[in-house]
Design a protein around this ligand. Structure first.
Ligand code: GUN
Length: 281
């Protein structure tokens, strides 16, 4: 029997727990401020979803919309103001940014203790060193989902396909912390199919509709699909050919309802954690 790893259900569990923990808090509730630069339609949808999720669990939430033409100096001064604001525990700058604003510059400007995306170089360093910190939401959610389903990671061969700073690289660091033997594959990897077939845990984050086929997957493997694509019929599909792979793997995340909902749930977790750390200072 193949296990369906429902991120939607697990995100519901995480958010219900957060709502309880928030109602037990004294003083200011956790506060998240999201900065959105320009009018990217997909970003608008994500930002609205983040705001709604915050309200549902009792967080304070603010969105700051800035024009696409804003200068680097002006966006940095908005971030400085939020870094200094005691009611703001988490700051997230929605990506993508306009071309004239380097994402690395912005990630480094957010106070590491408020960096709920886990993109600041200090948090990246803490992640790889095995220290406490704030770590990227999507990979954190995936590790949480696997734990929630009692999926053993220690000693397993994990292959991550995709090397982005948001998913692939932090996923590698987190799975290393879980004692997996980790390989990161990418567009230049030789024999990608063979690499995939060798994996006990296969995490795919490449943005290619249904790229991973049934014969790419080791029987009994655990498959996590981070992709979210439209196929030629306009249907929402992942990076994995779900129905075919379902027949050979032991567990798989669906699309939609798999990894997607975890990102927001773990953004809320990070904000809750950031507040606790900031107040304990
Ligand atoms: N855009 C798409 N995913 C993300 C994310 O995880 N964080 C931010 N800040 N922007 C994104």
């Amino acid at each position: 029997m193949t296990l369906v790893l429902s991120g939607r259900k697990y995100a519901g569990v995480v958010k219900a727990s957060l709502k309880n923990r928030v109602s037990d808090l004294q003083g200011l509730p956790p506060g998240l401020t999201v900065i959105m630069v320009g009018d990217d339609p997909a970003s608008k949808v994500y930002v609205a979803a983040k705001e709604k999720a915050c309200k549902k669990v009792g967080f304070n939430s603010h969105v700051i919309h800035l024009p696409a033409e804003i200068s680097k100096a002006d966006i940095l001064s908005v971030i400085d103001r939020l870094n200094a604001d005691c009611a703001v525990h988490g700051i997230l700058v929605q990506l993508p940014l306009p071309d004239h604003i380097p994402a690395g510059l912005i990630a480094s400007a957010v106070l590491p203790e408020k960096d709920v995306d886990g993109f600041h170089p200090v948090n990246v360093g803490r992640l790889w060193r095995g220290e406490e910190g704030l770590f990227p939401c999507t990979p954190s959610g995936i590790v949480g989902l696997l734990h929630h389903h009692d999926i053993r990671m220690s000693g397993k061969k994990a292959l991550i396909v995709g090397r982005s700073n948001i998913v692939g690289k932090p996923m590698a660091a987190l799975l290393l912390r879980e004692n997996c033997t980790v390989t990161v594959a990418h567009s230049r990897t030789a024999d990608l199919t063979g690499q995939c077939r060798d994996a006990d845990i296969l995490i795919v984050a490449v943005g290619k509709p249904e790229m991973v086929q049934r014969d790419w997957v080791k029987p009994g493997a655990v498959v996590v699909d981070v992709g979210m694509n439209r196929n030629s019929d306009g249907k929402l599909v992942g990076d994995v050919a779900y129905d075919d792979v379902f027949a050979v793997c032991s567990a798989i995340t669906p699309v939609p309802g798999g990894v997607g909902p975890l990102t927001i749930a773990f953004l809320l977790e990070n904000t809750f954690k950031a507040r606790a750390k900031l107040l304990a200072k």
